[in-house]
Design a protein around this ligand. Structure first.
Ligand code: BDP
Length: 714
């Protein structure tokens, strides 16, 4: 059990679950009109494999109906109609949707398209694996058509990040680290299977900080090979494009989006991609951000830049995902009115309606960058005439990098379920994304996944619940976080109630715990901001151009984002919400320091002062993390030792690292504010043992920066 199959293990059910159930199982699998390597063919073999694993039955696959014995019918709606007649009334399917009927002797798994049929098989197997034999009729359609994974894989191994930028599960499954697509791509279909099972329909296979050498020479064949391996799973590929490619690989002296030569370059290259990959999903573009080139270099708008690609993609039906993550990372820290959180609306607000109709603006959930707590990006309230997708992160860049357990759905749901009150009316972010609020036809959920060659994919078994949940929520954003988790746990670790309770308890505590011991009250994750984004380093947040500022001094802390005195980021939200954030009286405690600069003694709604909240929360968070190894110990023996130990090791590490966090942050702000902890705990707590006071063979003290996260200052 190394984790490679994730939640698709198809482990054999105990007899007690299957007793009396096997006789009534259909005897054959019909895949109507399945062609070689098609998703429909995959659906048939997956069902065969799954039933063999879960129930121990051997079923035959026939492409057509033959004998009279009971059967599974896997088909597209069109093929089904031709063979058997109409689907029952009320079965209305849109692209990728499916109809599953387990009520009768024959089990029907009918997709609106082949991909939908494959999704239906996964749904059926997921139920079987959870010992759910209920007789049911189930019709389901996706909330949005764009459900994309984004991988930030580099072609070259890079000293700081390995070959996946912000990836913590090993090196790339696509590239060899020496500038080429791997010869051995055997992990690709395994990933395709996992993605398809949670209805993710596309994957972008290279870093948004794109390297144009992917689009040259034998790498083009490589891209084609990758696409061919994903296709049977109903997963399309997408490509990140480098804006200056016309110059770097095209031999032109410009990359001006309005230049004829540049337009021809992109048209030709795009045509070449489609010649090789006819079902290419589209491109992702990061432009004019963090040093990336873009249209602004030529005084063109971001919309003009986006439309350049959109026009080349249009004849092929491709989408251009244009990232709203545009800001100036060389901002002036001295300027108290500068605010990175304002950048998206500043750059994109005025461009609403100026994008071609195959452009989708891809917006990170918050206005800054995947922090432990952010308000929703205000841009969602501005783009009324533009399709949008939300960008989430499955990879835990700022959130413990898979060394800490952090179950993300509750955080995501807090964003999806936020009511923007556009024009004073109910407008949940999820309904803006789906297009309901502004009457748009297309919306999307995307997530930076960054799985790697590690057998666990993400570096941690428990982190896989986030990949699973991303797909489930992209399909149905109102799903309950605990229900998703329970499904995942049963599929991953079997049906033991004890394991389910343990995983649920830890996972549901993981966001509040991490927020408590890293950065609370909306101050953001107080991590090393310049490089690693890991471990405590509050001082690094200020005094740089990157704009993730805390504005902490000896008296006070927080970003003043009010309009009356600050950066007026609050004013970018629709009226009712703006008013709420403008005022400390109506700003919730968990966003207080996001919107307000207040003295450490400022009294929160909870009645505590800001500084005392810091102290208490950091203790509370570390205390919660300390319970995780004990909670997990309770399931020892209820699963394989291999995964048990792997998880335990990470949880123990987390419990320890949360203490490092606790003491570093508390120490830092006690020094800065000069206000002691009312409970007298700082640097004087039970169980803390400085390394200097231990006898450690092979270790010696060295200077550590920042000193507050060091043991005994070294
Ligand atoms: C930041 C990452 C950086 C990415 C950037 C992005 O630290 O590695 O390139 O986002 O999303 O969170 O483009």
């Amino acid at each position: 059990e190394d984790g490679l199959n994730g939640w698709l293990r198809y482990a054999r059910l105990d007899d007690c679950h299957t007793k009396g159930k096997l006789d009534s199982m259909p005897k054959t699998i019909i895949t109507l009109n399945a062609t070689k390597d098609s998703p429909l063919e995959t659906a048939g073999t997956e069902l065969q494999t799954g039933i063999n694993g879960i129930l121990g039955l051997d079923l035959e696959i026939n492409p057509q109906t033959s004998d009279k014995s009971t059967k599974f019918v896997i088909s597209t709606a069109d093929a089904y109609k031709e063979e058997y007649g109409d689907l029952p009334e009320g079965v209305d399917l849109i692209d990728d949707g499916f109809y599953l009927n387990t009520k009768d002797a024959d089990v029907l798994i009918i997709g609106s398209n082949q991909r939908g049929a494959l999704y239906g098989v996964f749904e059926y197997l997921s139920r079987l694996a959870q010992a759910d034999f209920s007789k049911d009729v189930y019709v389901t359609n996706p909330e949005v058509p764009v459900r994309w994974a984004n991988q930030w894989d580099n072609l070259w191994a890079n000293g700081t990040h390995g070959s996946i930028e912000r990836g913590y599960g090993g090196v790339s499954i696509f590239y060899d680290g020496f500038g080429h697509v791997r010869e051995d791509l055997s992990r690709v279909p395994l990933l395709g299977r996992l993605l398809s099972s949670v209805r993710i329909n596309a994957i972008v296979i290279n870093n948004v900080n794109a390297d144009a050498s992917l689009f040259q020479g034998t790498n083009l064949d490589g891209i084609q090979r990758i696409a061919d391996l994903f296709r049977p799973w109903g997963v399309q590929i997408g490509l990140s494009q480098y804006f200056a490619s016309p110059q770097t690989i095209g031999g032109l002296d410009t990359f001006d989006p309005l230049d004829e030569g540049v337009i021809t370059f992109w048209t030709d290259l795009t045509n070449e991609f489609y010649r090789r990959v006819p079902d290419l999903a589209g491109f992702v573009v990061k432009a004019n951000s963090e040093g990336q080139p873009g249209p602004i270099t030529y005084n063109r708008t971001l919309a003009e830049g986006a439309n350049l690609f959109a026009k080349a993609l249009k004849p092929h039906g491709g989408l251009l995902m244009f990232r709203a993550f545009v800001y100036n990372h060389l901002a002036d820290w001295e300027d108290w009115h500068a605010d990175r959180a304002n950048a998206q609306v500043e750059f994109f607000g005025e461009l609403d309606g100026k994008f071609d109709d195959n452009v989708v603006v891809q917006i990170k959930y918050g206005p800054i960058d995947f922090q432990v707590r952010e308000p929703v990006s205000p841009l969602f309230g501005h783009l009324r005439n533009t399709d949008v997708a939300i960008e989430l992160q499955v990879t835990q860049e700022y959130l413990g990098q898979q060394c800490h357990l952090f179950y993300l759905p509750p955080l995501w749901r807090s964003i999806f379920d936020f009511d923007m009150r556009v024009d004073g009316k109910e407008s949940y972010v999820r309904d803006i994304i789906s297009g309901k609020v502004f009457n748009r036809k297309r919306g999307g959920y995307t997530a930076v996944t960054n799985v790697g060659m590690n057998a666990t994919w993400l570096g941690s078994h428990l982190a896989m619940s986030n990949l699973y949940a991303f797909g489930r929520l992209a399909w149905e954003p109102t799903l309950d976080s605990v229900e998703i988790l329970e499904d995942w746990t049963r599929l991953t670790f079997g049906l033991s109630r004890g394991i389910r309770d343990a995983v649920t308890e830890m996972s549901m505590l993981s966001w509040p715990a991490y927020e408590n011991y890293t950065g609370n009250l909306g101050i953001q994750t107080l991590t090393d901001i310049l490089y690693t984004h890991y471990g405590p380093k509050p001082a690094s947040q200020d005094n740089n151009g990157w704009g993730q500022w805390t504005r902490a001094n000896s008296e006070s802390i927080g970003m003043d984002r009010t309009c009356w005195n600050g950066t007026c980021n609050a004013g970018q939200y629709p009226g009712e919400v703006a008013q709420r954030f403008e005022n400390t009286d109506t700003t919730p405690d968990d966003l207080m320091l996001w919107f307000h600069h207040v003295p450490y003694s400022f009294k929160l709604h909870s009645g505590k002062s800001v500084i005392q909240h810091f102290y208490d929360a950091h203790y509370e968070g570390a205390e919660t993390a300390a319970t995780f190894p004990d909670t997990w110990e309770k399931v020892r023996g209820k699963l394989d030792d291999e995964r048990f130990e792997h998880v335990l090791h990470r949880l123990k590490y987390q419990a320890g690292h949360s203490i490092v966090w606790r003491d570093a942050i508390n120490e830092f702000y006690r020094n800065l504010s000069g206000i002691p902890d009312e409970a007298g705990r700082v640097r004087n707590h039970p169980w803390r043992i400085e390394a200097e006071n231990m006898t450690l063979e092979g270790y010696y003290p060295v200077a550590v920066q920042p000193t507050e996260s060091a043991s005994g200052y070294t």
